[in-house]
Design a protein around this ligand. Structure first.
Ligand SMILES: [Fe+2]
Length: 365
């Protein structure tokens, strides 16, 4: 009976997807920052070492979801942290070398209507130090402690998403464009690390919309510092900044470590700026693994009840099965064939995007 229910649910038509405008890779609007890195050979001389490269020392001030007027939403009572020191200058230097290397610039660059330049999917292939830094148990302990819930990176593809904003006239009044417009993230939590010298920067805060519609600003981090944000549940924007040549942030997205905790992840904001073959592989892998863990937990529960002679918990078991169906349905629906995108833009833009998607499809083969 349950199998039949899953079967029916999985054949529900795919809903319309609103995407973001993408521009073809290979047409950068600006040049890389002036300080071009050396080849990332430094990693092999100095791999990530939590004792050497982590700079965290004190729990930062945190704002709860209740403070933001969003009580009882999300997977943690914590909404956002103030900036805190996370990585040492040496670690930041090594990270910059990796993420600004030619091979990352050539293979991982995306542009869309919500961000002019993003570098995605470089870890671990092109960024092993970065991968190790965000996968290290001590880093995860720190981020989890601040977030108020045990977290792990959503998947490798979401380790070290880079937003790049360059101001060609840093001394003038022109502002660097907003790095990303108002949005909610696709994943429960993010940790945003600053990779640029922001000591003279003006602006650049993260603005949050509270439950009552008011705007609340959180100060931007300095180089090597980070903020933790429950971005799936809080509408936010990185405000424009002035007085800086570049603003490069590294965003790693997290989901709950415990497979039983709700995971509202989706691919809406990231699908158009991703290698689809890669992200669909990783998405399916982690989601099915969570479903497997939830099945194991369900079986363990009913076996234990039977063993001690308790009645079958009809409501409880049906509730868990229902949640499982919804979870798998979401997993299924987020895998959208590029040909099925329905983007609410003009015909002309749609044609331009079709051309882009053709190129992305070509990359999938
Ligand atoms: Fe965000």
């Amino acid at each position: 009976m349950a199998a039949a229910a899953v079967q029916t649910a999985l054949h529900t038509p795919v809903p319309a997807i609103r995407g973001v405008k993408t521009t073809p890779m290979g047409k950068p609007k600006f040049q890389l920052p002036l300080q071009r890195p050396l080849p990332p050979a430094a990693y092999f001389k100095s791999p990530f070492d939590p004792f050497k490269h982590l700079a965290y020392h004190t729990m930062p001030a945190r704002h709860t979801m209740a403070d933001i007027g969003l009580e009882n939403q999300g997977i943690s009572t914590i909404g956002v942290s103030e900036p805190f020191e996370l990585f040492t200058p040496e670690a930041v230097c090594t990270m910059r070398n990796e993420v600004l290397s030619d091979e990352v610039w050539d293979n991982c660059r995306f542009s869309s209507s919500i961000a002019a330049c993003q570098l995605r999917g470089m870890a671990p292939q092109y960024a092993k130090f970065v991968y190790d830094a965000w996968s290290n148990p001590e880093t995860l302990r720190i981020v989890s402690e601040i977030a108020g819930v045990d977290l792990v990176p959503v998947m490798d593809y979401e380790i070290a998403h880079i937003n790049v904003s360059v101001n060609d006239n840093p001394d003038g009044e022109n502002q660097a464009a907003p790095v990303v417009n108002w949005h909610r993230d696709s994943y429960p939590f993010v940790c945003v690390l600053m990779l640029s010298d922001a000591s003279e920067m003006k602006g650049g805060e993260t603005a949050l919309k509270t439950g009552s519609g008011e705007i609340m600003k959180v100060r931007g981090p300095q180089m090597g510092s980070a903020v933790v944000l429950q971005g799936r549940y809080i509408e936010h924007i990185a405000l424009p900044s002035t007085n800086c040549r570049e603003r490069i942030t590294m965003v790693t997205s997290f989901r709950p470590k415990n497979p039983i905790i709700a995971d509202d992840s989706q691919l809406l904001t990231v699908r158009p700026v991703s290698d689809l073959s890669e992200i669909y592989n990783q998405w399916t892998d982690y989601r099915v693994e969570i479903a497997e863990e939830r099945c194991k937990s369900l079986i363990k529960g009913i076996r234990e009840k039977k063993r001690v002679g308790r009645d079958f918990d009809v409501d409880g078991v049906k509730g868990q099965l229902s949640d499982l169906i919804k979870f798998l349905q979401k997993t299924h629906d987020e895998i959208v064939d590029p040909a099925q995108y329905q983007i609410n833009d003009s015909e002309e833009e749609r044609e331009e995007q079709a051309s882009t998607r053709m190129k992305k499809r070509a990359r999938m083969t």
